[in-house]
Design a protein around this ligand. Structure first.
Ligand SMILES: [Fe+2]
Length: 300
């Protein structure tokens, strides 16, 4: 079955490009890949995805695109047909992509109006083995959305894009997988928008050293450090200058999608955070508001 196999990158428009760029380079520790046509491309050092973040300047912040990977061009075509059949609006049908790294893909509005891209054959970047004590991100780990129809859109991602259900926390948070990582996408109730984008750190020690750098750089932890139960990953949430929440995570559970049996955890403080010694909580995360780009193609 044709399905999505990973997350590629998240494109953002921000009102202060220089501040956002400096945060990702100097604090978060992504690397600069290219700057062309008003777009800044940033990648993780530890993975060969050509870029993980794409930034541009705009008056109002918004998410431009969340890009997902398919294995082949035939999978891109098949997923396009399934997206169309599901009733979603296509922004452009499968074609040779003109964005950095090329490839073959299409864009559409998901049922909430968030712009998504699915592509294959995109040029690979460079990756290197991180040194011990090098507290920088390896790759994007997962993307979490709010949705006013979080149960329905979870099922849409399963039925149309081929994700598998990993777990529910009560009936308010779903976590879904598209490879052996316990979750690559998750949904919470709320207006359509991003909740956060998480980055895998090499291990828990490097996550903690990364927190030290961020805090010394003047970035307060919104919530954490702690360890979730669904996925068993450690977490620590921060916010970019534009107000987009980001997470350093580590030790996300590996699963066998062929044999995985979804669980439902009862919501409780010790389920949300096994450690219980960090600052903040879900209540200290930014209040979700509808993304400014719903059902509006960014054009880039
Ligand atoms: Fe997360």
């Amino acid at each position: 079955m044709s399905r999505v196999i990973d997350i590629r990158y998240v494109g953002y428009a921000v009102p202060d490009l220089e501040a956002e760029r400096a945060f990702y380079l100097d604090q978060w520790k992504l690397k600069l890949v290219a700057e062309e046509d008003g777009l800044t491309y940033l990648a993780t050092e530890g993975h060969d995805e050509l870029y993980a973040v794409r930034l541009r300047q705009a008056d109002v912040k918004r998410v431009d695109v969340v890009a997902l990977a398919a294995a082949t061009r035939a999978d891109v075509d098949a997923l396009h047909d399934k997206v169309v059949a599901s009733g979603c609006q296509v922004i452009f049908a499968p074609r040779e992509l003109e964005s950095l790294g090329g490839g073959y893909g299409f864009r559409f509005f998901n049922p909430d109006g968030m712009t998504m891209e699915i592509s294959a054959d995109v040029e690979r970047g460079t990756a290197r083995a991180l040194e011990p004590r090098e507290a920088i991100p390896v790759k994007i780990s997962h993307v979490v959305f709010h949705s006013p129809q979080h149960k329905e859109i979870t099922q849409w991602f399963i039925d149309v894009l081929g994700f598998g259900l990993s777990d529910w926390i009560g009936d308010f948070m779903s976590l879904i997988h598209c490879n052996t990582a316990h979750h690559r996408i998750a949904f919470l109730p709320g207006p359509p928008c991003l909740n956060h984008v998480a980055y895998d750190m090499p291990n828990v020690d490097e996550m903690m050293r990364g927190l030290k750098r961020l805090r010394r750089g003047g970035n307060d932890t919104l919530w954490g450090p702690g360890r979730h139960t669904a996925g068993d990953n450690t977490f620590s949430y921060f916010v970019t200058p534009a107000g987009f929440p980001v997470e350093y995570t580590a030790e996300l559970e590996e699963i066998d999608p062929a044999t995985w049996v979804p669980r439902t955890f009862q919501p409780a403080p010790d389920i949300m955070d096994q450690w219980g010694i960090g600052v903040g909580g879900p209540q200290t995360m930014p209040k979700p508001a509808p993304d400014a780009g719903l059902f509006q193609a960014a054009g880039v």
